[in-house]
Design a protein around this ligand. Structure first.
Ligand SMILES: Cc1ncc(C[n+]2csc(CCOP(=O)(O)OP(=O)(O)O)c2C)c(N)n1
Length: 667
């Protein structure tokens, strides 16, 4: 048998598994796996560094199927290569409830799936983050321990999405030479020919941003292999434009949008069997072909063994540090450093904007936690994300710890996901809270994947003042809280900011957004406390003088307003307590007992937050009073804005007293 024949039948194994699984599920996308099978076969059988027996081996090459609808390509590969997590049963269960082989690759479902893909372009930008992490860690730990490629398979859709532009320009700028992207250039998307909607010269676009590009016949294994070799030795990231036929092998539907996202049908599959010379029954891979694949999987382990030897011979401290970093554990110095810092805060009682308090906390964190990788989408001075330890990373020097992501919120958030997924680094990155809208698709995926990723979102309300309503978030706290598994922290002073940073770092499986002010805030906490008071999401900050008639719940900058209202209400003879709610998401996840105790039974419940009401009814009930925003903001000095929009102690007192006199009922 010639090498070409062997290649063809290995690639056809991917094609038929994909056709069969989509047919059985009566749902899915056979076109991409059939079209890209040759690329995948060359890559995995000749180049990829991986080990099915040790899927998490840190120095493996990463493979990201950015065109996640083609998930059967990845599932087929994992099965054929012998990943224990992926059996033929799993393939048969494609797209069934509870199956590892979900509709799109889902991170955490099965070993070998590096990231969740499906929203086109995200995988591509994740991969940019993975390649950043690789280059950074190689700089730190040396090429003996860190030296791998990040490969991406992207479709026309990935390249049409705006995020691809953010991501490719960042990658080109940073000279991520070990990032290699295969473009499945089949000219077809769902509506038909790509030419219906796009006429970009993709190679020229990539080249304009410093990429090397190579065009190949995506069904010619020799051309593909030669291109990968060239890409590996390039000093720029490389786009390999692979001209392919979508649904390759389908006798009448290949090359059309009919194979993109529907089962081929029995007749077409029978025709493909003839066309490709495949006699095996559905889901059966002839043993000699399966053997060819399994041998690839077995041989792959050798590089891992050699790597482990190098790790074993490395300096013990370096090795220990590398292993800790890859596990994601925080260093031993973290907690003592924070304790010392919080004691100092209790003594100093600083009045500061929480963005500045965040910078101060970061100064301590970055001193103790070497693996943080900071950055901002061109708002460094506003987000206060840079500290004395974080020198800039530049294309030719990755020894720094700070990335100027440029005005690319979306790619920043998505690359941060890739950095977190890669392991060994803890990314944090900043922009204005209002521009979380530009990053949100990636923030949502961070939550879906359950990864530690920290978004520093400053200018968190009308309190930012003069930039006006385009920059003043009103619905964003609610909108981010609406994402499952996403902690939105809104600390009220320097102490709470330190505590919220601790929680964000300790939460290995939940991403965090820190919503921080531009305006100064007086301290609301006067004591050092061993326990992190923010850890349960809400706590009684200030008790009532007697059985409380009024409970005021507030976050961030509105806590000091609530405290002032409390003072006035107490003076008027109404016992009032104030509850700080630094993280509503965490609070609502507590036991009913804790929630009831904190919500309490005061006749009047009032929430104060310079955002919209949505979400607060869970705490104050439908009858509760809400002091906040129900419109967009306005431009002006922030104190005038608070008065204009009625977010004041007087407004709280009025609302409380009206309800007290109504007997607590108000409609
Ligand atoms: C952000 C986003 N928008 C839309 C979709 C829906 N969608 C899935 S595949 C696809 C077409 C992609 O075309 P292409 O990348 O050429 O894939 P191919 O047809 O070659 O499989 C679309 C629009 C999506 N998954 N993500």
């Amino acid at each position: 048998m010639t090498a070409r024949e062997k290649h063809d039948r290995m690639a056809n194994a991917i094609r038929f598994l994909s056709m069969d699984a989509v047919e059985a599920a009566n749902s899915g996308h056979p076109g991409l796996p059939m079209g890209a099978a040759d690329i995948a076969t060359v890559l995995f059988s000749k180049f990829m560094k991986f080990d099915p027996m040790n899927p998490k081996w840190p120095d493996r090459d990463r493979f990201v199927l950015s065109a996640g609808h083609g998930s059967m390509l990845l599932y087929s590969l994992l099965y054929l290569l012998g990943y224990e997590d992926m059996t033929i049963e799993d393939i048969r269960n494609f797209r069934q409830l509870g199956a590892k082989t979900a509709g799109h690759p889902e991170y955490g479902h099965a070993a070998g799936i590096e990231t969740t893909t499906g929203p086109l372009g995200q995988g591509f930008a994740n991969a940019v983050g993975m390649a950043i992490a690789e280059k950074k860690l190689a700089n730190e730990f040396g090429g003996d321990l860190v030296d791998h490629y990040t490969y991406v398979l992207a479709g026309d859709g990935c390249l049409m999405e705006g995020i691809s532009q953010d991501a490719l320009t960042l990658a080109g700028h940073l000279k991520l030479s070990k990032l290699i992207v295969f473009w499945d250039n089949n000219g077809i998307s769902i509506d038909g020919k790509v030419s219906l909607a796009d006429s970009t010269d993709q190679q020229a676009r990539f080249e304009a941003s410093g990429w090397e590009t190579i065009a190949v016949d995506g069904h010619d294994p020799d051309e593909i292999a030669a291109a990968i070799e060239r890409a590996q030795s390039s000093d720029a990231p490389t786009l390999i434009a692979c001209r392919t036929t979508i649904g390759f092998g389908a006798p009448t539907k290949a090359g059309t949008s009919k194979v993109h996202g529907s089962p081929l049908g029995a007749e077409e599959i029978a025709g493909a069997r003839k066309e490709l010379g495949w006699d095996a029954k559905p889901f059966e891979i002839p043993s000699e072909i399966l053997d060819d694949w399994r041998v690839v999987g077995l041989n792959a382990g050798k590089q891992r063994v050699a790597w482990e030897k190098r790790l074993g011979e490395a300096d013990a401290t370096l090795r220990g540090e590398f292993e800790r970093r890859m596990r994601g554990d925080l260093p031993a110095g973290f907690e003592p450093a924070m304790e010392k810092y919080k004691k100092k805060l209790a003594a100093d009682q600083p009045t500061l904007a929480t963005r500045k308090s965040s910078e101060n906390a970061l100064e301590v964190i970055n001193g103790a936690v070497i693996e943080t990788l900071g950055g901002s989408a061109d708002l460094t001075g506003s987000n206060n994300t840079k500290t004395s330890q974080t020198e800039n990373i530049s294309p030719d020097d990755f020894s720094g710890r700070y990335l100027h992501y440029g005005i690319r919120e979306h790619a920043m958030a998505s690359a941060m996901n890739g950095i977190a997924l890669h392991g060994g680094l803890i990314p944090y990155g900043g922009t204005f809270l209002v521009f979380s809208d530009y990053a949100r698709p990636a923030m949502r995926l961070a939550s879906l994947m359950g990864i530690r990723n920290i978004f520093v979102m400053t200018h968190d309300s009308i309190g930012l003042g003069e930039d006006g309503p385009t920059h003043q978030p009103v619905e964003h706290l609610a909108a981010l809280r609406a994402i499952p598994n996403h902690n939105v922290f809104r600390p009220a002073d320097a102490m709470e900011t330190a505590e919220c940073w601790e929680l964000a770092l300790q939460n290995m499986q939940t991403p965090s957004t820190l919503a921080l002010t531009r305006q100064n805030l007086a301290p609301v906490r006067s004591e050092y406390e061993t326990d992190n008071r923010c850890a349960l999401g809400a706590y009684e900050l200030s008790a009532a003088s007697d059985d409380a008639v009024v409970s005021i719940f507030a976050t961030g900058s509105e806590v000091e307003i609530a405290l002032a209202a409390k003072e006035a209400l107490e003076a008027n003879g109404h016992p009032t307590r104030v509850v700080s709610v630094p993280c509503m998401d965490i609070f609502l996840a507590q036991s009913a007992d804790y929630r009831d105790a904190i919500i309490g039974s005061a006749k009047v419940k009032i929430a104060v937050e310079a955002g919209i009401r949505q979400g607060w009814d869970a705490i104050i009930g439908l009858e509760g009073a809400f002091i906040g925003m129900d419109s967009f903001g306005a431009s002006g000095p922030y104190k005038e804005l608070y008065a204009h929009f009625g977010i004041t102690p007087e407004a709280i007192v009025n609302a409380a007293e009206t309800r007290i006199h109504d007997g607590g009922q108000h409609h």
